[in-house]
Design a protein around this ligand. Structure first.
Ligand code: NDP
Length: 364
C-alpha cells in the first residue's frame, strides 16, 4: 500500500516538476481516471444509501439524491488497499477536466437551460442547474469525486513519507488525521449537502467541474506536498493547541450546518435543547444562527486553519487553503446575502438587525 501510494505521489511530483503549468495525461492515467469515475457511477447505482429529497425548486419539483458517498469511499479505500497489497495495482489519483454539453429542451428548474448569450459565461458558470444522466445528478457526483480524490492524494503523500522516512512526522500525522476526519465526516453527513449553495444555487459549468475535479484534490492537499519536503519541529504544546483549533472549528462547522438542516426539515426542531426561535417562521435565529449569519463559514475557516498549522510559520505556502477559503467565503457570503435579501425581503432585514455579524462575531 505504502509502496504503491508513494509511486503515485512521485509520479505526480515529477510530472509537476517537469512542467508545472501544463501536464499531459498518459494513456494509463486516462484509463485510471475512466476506471475511477466508472467505479463512482456503479457505486452510486448499486450501493445502499439514504435517498434524500432535495429542496423544493421554484417549479415545485424536487431532486432525489442518493447519499452513497460514505459507503463508496470506504469500499474504494478497501479495494485499493486489497489491490495494492495482493495484486500490485498502482494507486493513482489524477483528474481531468470534463465539459458537458447542454442541449436540453426541459422546462424543469433543474434542467432548464439558462443561456446568457455569452458563450464564455455559459461555459464557465454553466447552463443548467442540475444536469443529469441516467438518473445520476452530475453536481452531487462531481463533488464526491473531488472530495474523495483529496483523501486519496493525501493517503499517497502519507505513503510516500512512510517509504522515505519509515514513519509519519507529527505534522503529517496531524494534517492527515484532520483532513481524513473532515472528508469522512463530509460523506457521513452527505445529505446536508443537498441544501447547500453549490447544489441549489450554482449552475454546473467549467467552474464547478474544474473546482471539483482539479482544484479541491490538488490545491487543498498543498500542506501534504509541502510537508513531504520540509521538516517542522512541532512541540507537543503546539500540537495540542492545533488539535483544540480543529475541535473548536469542527464543533461550530458541524453544529451550525446540522442546526440549519434540522430546522429546514422540521421548523419545530430543538436547537440547543430549546424550540427553534425564528424570524417570520422562516429564518432560524437561535443556536449558531443567532450568533452570526454564517457561523458555518467561521467553523470551516477554523478547520482550514487547523489543516495548515501543522506546517508551522516558516512559509506561507501551506496557508494557501485557509487564505483562499477566506476570500471565497467572504465573496460567497455577499452573494448569499443578496440572494436572501431578494427572497426573504423584510424578514431578512429584520434578521440582519437581530443578528448583526456576518461571519466573525464582534469583528465582521
Ligand atoms: P449555507 O449552508 O450557509 O446556505 C446558505 C442558505 O441557507 C441561504 O441561501 C438560505 O437558503 C439559508 N439560510 C441562511 N440563513 C438562514 C437562517 N438563519 N435560517 C435558515 N436558513 C438560512 O451556505 P453554503 O452552501 O455556501 O455552505 C455550506 C457549507 O459548505 C459551509 O459550512 C461552508 O463553509 C462549506 N463550504 C466549503 C467550501 C470549501 O471549499 N471548503 C466552499 C463552499 C462552502 P434558503 O433560501 O434555502 O433559506
Amino acid at each position: 500500500m505504502a509502496e504503491a501510494g508513494s509511486k503515485v505521489a512521485s509520479m505526480i511530483l515529477s510530472a509537476v516538476e517537469r512542467c508545472p503549468l501544463l501536464v499531459y495525461p498518459s494513456s494509463s492515467m486516462c484509463l485510471l481516471l475512466v476506471g475511477y469515475l466508472s467505479f463512482l457511477i456503479i457505486a452510486e447505482l448499486v450501493l445502499p444509501g439514504k435517498r434524500i429529497l432535495g429542496v423544493i425548486l421554484p417549479d415545485n419539483t424536487r431532486i432525489v439524491y442518493r447519499c452513497t458517498g460514505f459507503s463508496s469511499t470506504i469500499l474504494l479505500l478497501a479495494l485499493l488497499g486489497i489491490g495494492a497489497k495482493f495484486l500490485g495495482l498502482p494507486l493513482t489519483v489524477s483528474w481531468w477536466l470534463l465539459a458537458s454539453g447542454y442541449t436540453s429542451k426541459s422546462k424543469t428548474s433543474s434542467l432548464k437551460p439558462h443561456v446568457t448569450g455569452s458563450i464564455l459565461h455559459d461555459w464557465w458558470f454553466g447552463v443548467q442547474l442540475n444536469p443529469q444522466l441516467l438518473g445520476l445528478d452530475f453536481k452531487f457526483f462531481w463533488i464526491r469525486a473531488g472530495m474523495m480524490g483529496w483523501l486519496l492524494i493525501n493517503l499517497s503523500i502519507a505513503a510516500q513519507q512512510i517509504q522515505l522516512h519509515g514513519n509519519l512526522s507529527l505534522s503529517m500525522l496531524l494534517y492527515q488525521s484532520f483532513v481524513a476526519i473532515y472528508v469522512l465526516d463530509y460523506f457521513w453527513f452527505e445529505e446536508y449537502m443537498t441544501s447547500t449553495w453549490d447544489i441549489i444555487a450554482e449552475k454546473f459549468g467549467f467552474m464547478l467541474v474544474f473546482g471539483d475535479l482539479v482544484w479541491i484534490p490538488f490545491t487543498f492537499s498543498i500542506q501534504g506536498w509541502w510537508l513531504l519536503k520540509h521538516t517542522v519541529d512541532l512541540t507537543v504544546f503546539a500540537a495540542i493547541l492545533n488539535i483544540i483549533v480543529f475541535i473548536f472549528g469542527y464543533t461550530i462547522f458541524r453544529g451550525s450546518n446540522r442546526q440549519k438542516h434540522l430546522f429546514k426539515k422540521d421548523p419545530k426542531a430543538l436547537i440547543w435543547g430549546q424550540p427553534a426561535k425564528t424570524i417570520g417562521g422562516k429564518l432560524l435565529v437561535s443556536g449558531y444562527w443567532g450568533i452570526a449569519r454564517h457561523c458555518n463559514y467561521l467553523g470551516d475557516l477554523l478547520l482550514a486553519l487547523s489543516f495548515s498549522l501543522p506546517c508551522g510559520t516558516i512559509s506561507m505556502v501551506p496557508y494557501f487553503y485557509p487564505i483562499y477559503l477566506l476570500v471565497l467565503l467572504i465573496w460567497r457570503e455577499r452573494r448569499d446575502e443578496a440572494k436572501c435579501k431578494e427572497k426573504y425581503k423584510g424578514v431578512w432585514m429584520e434578521y440582519c438587525k437581530v443578528v448583526h455579524w456576518r461571519i466573525f462575531p464582534g469583528i465582521y
